[in-house]
Design a protein. Structure first.
Length: 258
């Protein structure tokens, strides 16, 4: 089978959380460019509308849906809106997330709960809703959870984030096993250090350059480095994959993944 056929997403309906910036924005563009109709979900409506217009200008189809991933009512309304516009969501990309830089002794209860709620709880509940709707519509599909290399290897100052992402890795395994025979493939991506607007200043600092030198490829992730792994997991190219989390990190965590 030719690559353009193997990775073709024509006829698929994708929903991307955290689509207004960073990796989520890129993911949405890649899915749309390969034929999927995309529901863009985030809290910043202005940015979502800008992305929607960009996708449409490139020949794709998208709708913008303002929603907080912690709001269950908003979650159901987001799926309803996607279905009304395009049909049953067959690709879910759980990308929304937050980080923190608190040492464990200083970490507040509110920060702990908020990071776990957004980075782990929401991943489960959005996946659960997607699966329920796919099953009701008798549709097959793919769910991709965005984990992190910190789900495999902890670091100082990010305890809540690391715990949440390790939970995402385990959740991906559990859901992958439970739903594989129902035609719903659940897999994950664990990015390493990728330069974004949020961390650019840090990665350009002396500490950031030390981290860069510790990566076997001796560079940070760039636009495009996650495109191929993403398309593998959501397309027919990955049709025999379930419960896996792929690290895309320049070799940073080699030896840490059992």
């Amino acid at each position: 089978m030719k690559a353009d056929t193997l990775f073709d997403l024509t006829g698929e309906v994708a929903l991307v959380t955290g689509a207004s910036s960073g990796l989520g924005l890129r993911f949405a563009e890649v899915l749309a460019a390969n034929g999927a109709r995309v529901a863009l979900v985030a809290r910043r409506a202005d940015r979502l509308n800008d992305l929607k217009q960009k996708i449409e200008k490139a020949g794709g189809q998208a709708i913008a849906i303002e929603a907080d991933v912690l709001d269950r009512g908003a979650m159901r309304r987001a799926y309803d809106a996607a279905e009304k516009a395009f049909g049953t969501v067959t690709i879910l990309l759980n990308n929304a997330g937050i980080a923190h830089t608190d040492r464990a002794v200083d970490l507040s209860e509110d920060t702990w709960k908020n990071v776990l709620a957004i980075d782990l709880d929401a991943v489960f509940f959005w996946s659960q809703e997607a699966a329920r709707r796919m099953l009701a519509a008798n549709r097959r599909g793919a769910i991709v959870n965005i984990a992190s290399v910190l789900g495999f290897n902890a670091s100082k100052g990010v305890v809540a984030y690391a715990v949440a992402k390790a939970g995402v890795v385990q959740l991906t395994k559990a859901l992958g096993m439970e739903w594989a025979n129902k035609g719903i493939r659940v897999n994950g991506l664990a990015p390493g250090w990728f330069t974004t607007d949020i961390n650019r200043e840090f990665l350009e600092s002396e500490r950031g350059q030390t981290i860069r030198k510790e990566i076997p490829m001796e560079r940070f992730g760039q636009d495009g480095d996650l495109d191929g792994p993403l398309l593998l997991l959501v397309s027919q190219a990955g049709r025999f994959m379930a419960g896996e989390t792929i690290a895309v990190d320049g070799g940073q965590t080699v030896g840490l993944r059992g």
